[in-house]
Design a binder for this molecule. Structure first.
Ligand SMILES: C[S@@+](CC[C@H](N)C(=O)[O-])C[C@H]1O[C@@H](n2cnc3c(N)ncnc32)[C@H](O)[C@@H]1O
Length: 383
C-alpha cells in the first residue's frame, strides 16, 4: 500500500498557515477502513464510481485495493497534493479543480446515471481557534451561488448533494448536524440524506491540529433519499456513538440557554452586570464570564437571569470534566437540582468576581460542595 494511504499524515509540502487556509488535515487510516466496511455492508463493492473531491494525499485511496471493481476518482485544488497522490495511485483518475465551482458530474467525467459514492474529508473550519480565524479572513474561495456558505465544509456538503451522490461517506464536524444554524445552512444536503452509520471522534486525532481545543468530528455514512432526509428534530432525537463507546444525544439535556440570552442585543436596556457572549461549551472553555466593563461582546444580565449566569460561571470551573464530544453543546442544566442550589451558585460567583459584584465574603466549604455536586452530576449524565 502506498505510504500516503496508511496514515493521517500531515501534508509536508504545506506550511502551517497554508494547511489551515486549505483545511488540509488528512484522515486517520482507521476511519478510511471503517468507510470500507460500510461500503461492503451495503453491497457497494462493484460498478460504482467512488469520488474524493478534496483528496489531499489520497487517504481514501487505501480503498482501491479492497474494491478493485469500482472506479476511483480524485480531485484537489492543491496541485502539489494532486501530483504527489497521482504518483502513488496510477490507476486512479485525477483532477485539479475547485470542487465548489461549476459543480456537476461532468467536471469529473461521471455519467449522470452512474452510482456515485462521494468519500472524503472536506476542508472545514476550526473556528475554536482565534489564531486560525484571523488567518482565514484572507481567503475568499470562488463558489457556485447554490453551494455558497460561510464554511468550506458546509459548502462541500451542498456540493455533494448537487452532484446527486447516491451515498456520501465523509468526516465533518459534529457541529454541522447539531448546531441549528449550521444544519439550516446545509439543509439542501441534510433534507436529501439519511445517516445510516456514524461514529464520533475527537479532532485531536488529526495530525497537526491544536492539542488544547479538540472538537467532535463525525464520520458519517449518508444515503440519498430525495426530500426524505433528516429534519432537525431527527437530529435532536439521534443517539450518537463515540469511538470510545460512549453514547449521547442532544435531547438528553435541558440547556441554560432557554433562560438566558447568549448574544448581545441593541434593544436591551443597559444593566450593571454583563456577561461575555455565550456560544457553546468549547467557547466557554476559553472565554471570560462576568465582565467588569462593557465590550461589544457583552450581554446584559437582568436580576431574574443572574442565578443562571452564575451557574454558567460555576460550570466553567469544572469544564475540564466535560468530554470532548459535548464541546459544541450549549451548557446543560438540571433544573430540579438547580432550583435547590440557586443561592449557592450566586454566593460563589459573587465572591469570585469582586470586580463586578463588589467585595463578598468567601462562602463556607459546604456551599462550594453544593455547587460542585450540581455541576458534576449534570455533566456525568453524559458518561
Ligand atoms: C481535510 S483535507 C482532506 C484530504 C483527504 N480527503 C483526506 O481525507 O485525507 C482537505 C483537502 O481539501 C482541499 N481543498 C480545499 N479547498 C478545496 C476546494 N475548493 N476544492 C477542492 N479541494 C479543496 C485541500 O487542499 C485539502 O487537501
Amino acid at each position: 500500500m502506498p505510504k500516503s494511504a496508511t496514515t493521517g499524515q500531515q501534508p509536508v509540502h504545506l506550511s502551517v498557515r497554508e494547511r489551515i487556509l486549505q483545511g488540509s488535515f488528512y484522515t486517520p487510516a482507521r476511519y478510511v477502513q471503517l468507510v470500507g466496511e460500510w461500503l461492503r455492508e451495503h453491497s457497494l463493492a462493484k460498478n460504482c464510481v467512488v469520488l474524493d473531491p478534496s483528496c489531499g494525499y489520497g487517504a481514501f485511496f487505501a480503498l482501491t485495493d479492497l474494491f478493485p471493481q469500482n472506479l476511483f476518482i480524485g480531485n484537489d485544488i492543491d496541485q502539489a497534493a494532486v501530483s504527489r497522490v497521482a504518483a502513488d495511485f496510477p490507476h486512479v483518475k485525477f483532477f485539479c479543480q475547485n470542487a465548489l465551482c461549476n459543480v456537476r458530474r461532468k467536471m469529473y467525467g461521471i455519467a449522470e446515471d452512474a452510482k456515485l459514492i462521494v468519500v472524503g474529508n472536506p476542508p472545514y473550519n476550526d473556528t475554536t481557534s482565534q489564531y486560525q480565524g484571523k488567518l482565514k479572513q484572507t481567503t475568499k474561495p470562488l463558489m457556485d451561488a447554490d453551494v455558497k456558505s460561510r464554511d468550506l465544509g458546509l459548502s462541500s456538503l451542498l456540493a455533494y448533494s448537487k452532484l446527486k451522490a447516491d451515498y456520501v461517506a465523509v468526516l465533518h464536524p459534529l457541529a454541522y448536524l447539531i448546531k441549528r444554524a449550521n444544519f439550516k445552512a446545509a439543509f439542501p444536503f441534510f433534507a436529501n440524506y439519511r445517516l445510516l452509520h456514524h461514529v464520533v471522534f475527537s479532532s485531536q486525532e488529526f495530525a497537526g491540529t491544536s492539542k488544547t481545543a479538540g472538537f467532535p468530528v463525525i464520520v458519517g455514512f449518508y444515503e440519498r433519499h430525495p426530500n426524505h432526509g433528516l429534519s432537525y428534530d431527527d437530529v435532536r432525537q439521534m443517539n450518537f456513538t463515540t469511538v470510545e463507546g460512549k453514547s449521547f444525544s442532544l435531547g438528553q439535556f435541558r440547556y441554560v440557554s432557554e433562560f438566558v440570552r447568549k448574544y448581545p442585543s441593541r434593544s436591551c436596556a443597559p444593566t450593571d452586570i454583563m456577561f461575555y457572549t455565550l456560544r457553546d461549551i468549547n467557547a466557554l472553555r476559553r472565554c471570560r464570564t462576568f465582565l467588569a466593563k462593557p465590550t461589544t461582546n457583552a450581554v446584559q444580565v437582568t436580576s431574574e437571569q443572574l442565578p443562571y449566569y452564575c451557574y454558567i460561571d460555576c460550570f466553567k470551573d469544572y469544564i475540564d470534566k466535560v468530554p470532548y464530544y459535548l464541546g459544541n453543546f450549549d451548557i446543560p442544566i438540571d433544573l430540579k437540582q438547580f432550583d435547590r442550589c440557586r443561592d449557592a451558585v450566586v454566593a460563589v460567583s459573587q465572591w469570585k468576581h469582586p470586580e463586578v459584584f463588589g467585595p463578598h465574603p468567601k462562602p463556607p466549604a459546604k456551599t462550594f460542595q453544593i455547587v460542585k455536586k450540581l455541576v458534576l452530576s449534570t455533566i456525568s449524565k453524559s458518561f
